[in-house]
Design a binder for this molecule. Structure first.
Ligand SMILES: Cc1cc2nc3c(=O)[nH]c(=O)nc-3n(C[C@H](O)[C@H](O)[C@H](O)COP(=O)(O)OP(=O)(O)OC[C@H]3O[C@@H](n4cnc5c(N)ncnc54)[C@H](O)[C@@H]3O)c2cc1C
Length: 492
């Protein structure tokens, strides 16, 4: 069915030159997985385009040869999105990293997809502007990956997810043609159909964004970060509810549990969090100085009503940076706990956080896995993290099984199987737990409109038609993990 590799490699090399076409097995190992290390698969080849025209030429070639392909940014995805599910050519966009245009008065920028999230803010900060969505991976992940995943971050509680900051995109469709979704329309022009909104969150299955127009935000006059440490997780979660019930809308409301605090404090991300606390709550408020002063006083009062162990307040950039260092570095700090980390991503209504965490702890205990929690408490977006040794198949299978039960708890409590990390390959089998067949069919039809050949990132997001039956045969993912491990001869 596929064109033989040597012929394909020759034609890709003709397009890009040998240095930007990778086919050697050892070199391909670098593209074997993303942050969801349970799913590993070598691409058929990796290509490194530097322009829209090159992406178009590559896709036209692969489409003509009926060869599947997978877009990739920085590979920080946590659900297997850029990992090929079939032998595919990975098209890595990381070399397309130019900020093409900034219009401070229109509050917008046009960027190539490989621009790193934080680099965009650094490029416009002298104008008193920033790009608001701030995944904790923001120093590495790309705007293209953010668009494909509809990524969130601590400040999305107030400012919204990527989709709220996405104005348009130039997209190479899976047949190699070029579409402009919302592009040229400007920030306030209505779209006949909100195609940028449809494309956002399509996880690389609708085509490849090669130019992206984003909304920029003005820096606020005053920003303040408050920390409250509590003796119980319940007190921390209830304080989040108190703040929202008081009508306050902080920029961020984040919680770290004790296991996370201890991992952070033992790492290079040490932030001075109290290690005896069961939970640390970080609240950031921003706006006009007087409003921020008043809100800070009100939040302190709400903290005190829940008897915190400690309160800290940071108003200078350096103090704020220290308080955020631990939160932003939390996943990195967990590298100390074991060789691999399974970062889960589920949502529950904010009012059910305490119950959800109790049930999640019980699941972890039953499966004997090491659990830490760091989460966007304001959004009810949980990140239960399981540290495990991926070289141990039984431990990996227990981890995956516990993860599946945790996501079922999120659904049982009226939530979702993803808040911001997407479905990818990780949660493919769970889609039928959340959506009925008609919902899935509608989604499949939308995908077919963009990707009729199915060549663009196959095997992601949407399960096959008989998914319900497949889920009934659970634990399918666990079986896959064990099979894969056996195929590798019990080693990685
Ligand atoms: C330590 C850590 C912290 C994280 N924190 C957060 C967080 O706070 N919030 C959050 O939402 N996520 C978070 N993530 C997840 C991840 O960083 C985001 O999903 C991010 O948007 C992925 O960007 P990337 O450039 O790495 O994309 P990749 O991982 O390379 O790809 C992600 C998906 O996008 C597709 N894709 C990539 N580029 C394009 C393109 N140009 N056109 C079309 N499709 C494309 C790929 O096919 C894939 O399906 C975190 C990850 C890590 C490792």
């Amino acid at each position: 069915m596929f064109a033989p590799m040597p012929a394909l490699e020759r034609r890709l090399t003709d397009l890009l030159g040998a240095a930007r076409v990778i086919t050697a097995r050892d070199a391909l190992l670098a593209w074997e997985c993303d942050g969801f290390t349970v799913h590993r698969a070598l691409p058929r080849a990796v290509v490194l385009p530097e322009s829209t025209a090159e992406v178009q030429a590559i896709v036209q070639l692969l489409h003509g040869e009926n060869v599947p392909f997978v877009p990739r940014g920085a590979g920080t995805c946590l659900s297997g999105g850029p990992t090929p599910s079939v032998p595919a050519v990975v098209i890595e966009l990381a070399r397309m990293k130019r900020v093409l245009h900034v219009s401070p008065d229109d509050l917008l920028a046009v960027v190539q997809p490989g621009v790193v999230n934080l680099d965009l803010t650094l490029a416009v900060q002298h104008l008193g502007l920033h790009y608001a969505p701030d995944p904790s991976s923001q120093s590495v992940c790309t705007i293209g990956g953010n668009l494909a995943e509809n990524s969130g971050g601590p400040h999305c509680f107030k400012y919204g997810m990527t989709t709220d900051h996405m104005l348009g995109a130039v997209v190479v469709l899976p047949d190699g043609s070029l579409a402009r979704l919302g592009q040229n329309a400007g920030p306030r022009a209505p779209h006949a159909l909100d195609l940028p909104g449809v494309f956002c969150g399509s996880e690389g299955t609708f085509g490849i964004a090669t130019e992206i127009m984003v909304r920029l935000s003005r820096d606020q006059e005053s920003v303040r970060t408050l920390l409250a440490a509590f003796a119980t997780m319940t007190a921390a979660c209830r304080t989040v509810g108190d703040i929202v019930a008081a009508g306050l809308v902080p920029a961020a409301l984040e919680i770290l549990d004790q296991a996370t605090i201890r991992a952070v404090e033992a790492s290079v991300y040490r932030a001075g969090y109290p290690e005896d606390a069961a939970a640390v709550l970080l609240v950031e408020i921003d706006g006009p100085r007087q409003v921020v002063d008043e809100e800070a006083a009100e939040i302190r009062g709400l903290f005190l009503a829940r008897s915190p162990l400690r309160i800290e307040e940071a108003s200078t950039p350096a103090e704020r940076k220290r308080l955020w260092k631990g939160r932003k570095g939390a996943f990195g700090a967990m590298g100390r706990l074991n060789t691999d980390l399974y970062v889960l991503d589920g949502v529950v209504p904010r009012t059910r956080l305490v119950e959800a965490l109790d049930r999640i702890h019980a699941i972890a205990e039953r499966h004997g896995v090491l659990l830490t929690n760091v989460f966007h408490a304001g959004d009810g977006n949980l990140h239960p993290n399981i540290s495990y040794d991926g070289r141990d198949a039984a431990q990996t299978a227990r981890t995956v099984a516990a993860g599946r039960e945790i996501l079922q708890v999120c659904l049982d409590l009226g939530g979702s199987i993803t808040g911001e990390h997407g479905i990818g390959s990780e949660k493919l089998d769970y889609m039928a737990l959340m959506y009925d067949p008609t919902d899935l069919e509608v989604m499949a039809r939308v995908r077919t409109a963009f990707n009729p050949s199915g060549l663009c990132n196959p095997g992601k997001v949407l399960p096959t038609r008989n998914a319900c039956a497949e889920v009934a045969k659970w634990p399918k993912m666990v079986e896959r993990v064990l099979d894969d491990h056996q195929r590798r001869g019990g080693d990685r």
